[in-house]
Design a protein around this ligand. Structure first.
Ligand SMILES: Nc1nc2c(c(=O)[nH]1)N(C=O)[C@@H](CNc1ccc(C(=O)N[C@@H](CCC(=O)O)C(=O)O)cc1)CN2
Ligand SMILES: Nc1ncnc2c1ncn2[C@@H]1O[C@H](COP(=O)(O)OP(=O)(O)OP(=O)(O)O)[C@@H](O)[C@H]1O
Length: 233
């Protein structure tokens, strides 16, 4: 018989007692939070629909003008892009058209990329792409680079459906950018872009929501850190 059988059981690592602690203390949702989360989700769904309808009601030529103004502000904001990778997106549902922006980044010596949905519920990948290169249809028929060259962007441009003054972004509800930014070891600079009319007073940020470093619209540039400092002083 093995002597070891008489020894008290030990753990390879300390036992976890987290399950005995109030979930709220552990930062996990309790029953009340779950109800609140359901309410927030319902609000976000209707707010998305409202904001998208409002965006599509802006005449195409007005949207195009706003898009150019936003791109000019972003270019001034990011400065020298030589040797850097900037991810933008292929526009749909009335988003600002950032394809000319990508061409300008390439002219200035930067490389450009598009986000790729690999699978619902998973982080996005970013694949190098520039004007003239082949595209194929990805998930939800979103155009993605035909050749898969994954990269790690230095700067990510994230289109918003809605935004708030704290820099939080409301997207299409897939949670893609939040998941992607949470999974990145080195966080890129993240710039949310959209029309000024996409502003809401709060998106009721939840634990999973990752704020943008800045939001740029045709009318203003929102720097959430500055406004926090201003609010505290
Ligand atoms: N131009 C652009 N490309 C992008 C994004 C974006 O916001 N804009 N994304 C930024 O994340 C990713 C795509 N995100 C998306 C998320 C949801 C839906 C969508 O159509 N959702 C359905 C509901 C789906 C479901 O519930 O399963 C819908 O709205 O009807 C589309 C794109 C990657 N590419
Ligand atoms: N890091 C994460 N891990 C797991 N689930 C997440 C994460 N981030 C977001 N989610 C889930 O994704 C869902 C959608 O989130 P949310 O409403 O914030 O989407 P969104 O920001 O509007 O979408 P998108 O980024 O695709 O445009 C939520 O159910 C949320 O719990």
């Amino acid at each position: 018989m093995d002597d070891d059988d008489d020894r008290p059981a030990t753990f390879a690592s300390p036992a976890c007692f987290l399950h005995e602690i109030d979930p709220a203390y552990a930062g996990l949702p309790g029953p009340l939070d779950l109800q609140a989360w359901r309410d927030v989700n319902r609000w976000r769904k209707s707010e998305r629909e409202r904001l998208l309808a409002e965006r599509l009601a802006i005449p195409a030529e007005v949207r195009a003008g706003h898009g150019e103004a936003i791109a000019a502000r972003v270019l001034a904001e990011i400065g020298d892009v030589e040797g850097r990778i900037v991810s933008a997106y292929w526009p749909f549902r009335g988003e600002p058209d950032f394809r000319p922006f990508m061409e300008e980044v390439a002219r200035r010596g930067g490389r450009t990329a598009l986000p790729v949905v690999v699978e619902k519920g998973r982080p996005l990948e970013f694949h190098l792409w520039q004007a003239g290169e082949a595209l194929s249809r990805g998930v939800w028929n979103i155009p993605v680079p035909a050749a898969a060259n994954p990269c790690r962007p230095d700067i990510v441009i994230a289109p918003v459906v809605g935004y708030d003054p704290a820099g939080y972004r409301l997207g299409y509800g897939g949670g893609f950018f939040d998941r992607t930014l949470a999974a990145m070891a080195e966080r890129p600079r993240v710039i949310g872009i959209g029309y000024r009319s996409a502003r809401v007073s709060t998106i009721y940020p939840q634990l999973h929501d990752v704020p943008m470093d800045m939001i740029v619209t045709e009318a203003c540039t929102v720097r959430p850190q500055d406004s926090t400092v201003r609010a505290l002083t």
